[in-house]
Design a protein around this ligand. Sequence first.
Ligand code: NDP
Length: 289
Amino acid sequence: MGAKLIDGKELSARLRVEIAAGVAALATRPGLAVILVGDNPASVSYVTAKERACAEAGMYSREIRLPASATEAEVVAQVAALNRDDAIHGILVQLPLPRHIREQAVVAAIAPDKDVDGFTPVNAGKLMIGEECFLPCTPHGIVKLIEFAGMETQGKHAVVVGRSNIVGKPVAALLARKGADATVTLCHSATPDLARFTRAADIVVVATGRPNTLTGDMIKPGAVVIDVGVNRIPDPTRPKGFRLVGDVDFAGCAEVAGAITPVPGGVGPMTITMLLWNTLESARRHAAR
Ligand code: NDP
């Protein structure tokens, strides 16, 4: 492997020390509420990891579990109660929600000043027009990882593969905004000849949900590769019966790239860290009112 490993666990650990110090310095304990609807195993494990991270940072967390049969109105009512609760500074609705519930309707019910995921239309809009807002956690973590890898984004060509509202589009917006100053190309499933774009990139961010979207022959030597993907591949040799892979062919890309994130241990830990970051920020803003 020629590429330097971009260690998300190491960067997360450093940032979490800073966050814990910030929490200790506040008179009010930052509080995060997580709403979990149903018992999707991946969602349950994400929620557990978030609660553990809150406790380690000295934050208060509250889990609200609703059955998969809960109605949209019931979930929105829980959000509304948390909007009014002074002990709660951040509200997170674990996605995906059961099919009969409109995610947009639930997310839009979160008060923008407690939207620590940065998913509400208000925060997403503010990001687009360059106003201060809660940055969405995974995209924010990705920008931090690129910085940690020692890659200046100014004047660089960044190719983002995937245009979802939670990863691809906000990553593209963050890299293109004033101060970051990258030139950004946003690719998706209808992009013909993806390799033509990725080969021209100094930075490639891949968020497609498809293993091996990016292979070693698709990048330029020395490029920084950020693999956002989390895919469970059945593997009877593992205790849980599966292993995690990203959206990038790690072995092949690591031969050519200058730096690359692993899966697991790259973007994943940063997502939770930036959630703690936003929750602390929200508690600070509420305390200053
Ligand atoms: P979505 O399914 O919402 O979006 C996937 C995007 O990738 C779409 O825009 C789609 O294009 C595009 N795409 C799919 N296949 C290809 C292809 N072959 N070539 C080019 N573009 C393609 O996924 P998310 O953005 O929510 O998540 C992406 C990945 O990141 C998943 O593996 C997810 O698990 C992971 N993830 C990880 C997080 C973390 O904390 N580590 C957090 C969030 C997500 P089109 O729009 O045309 O359909």
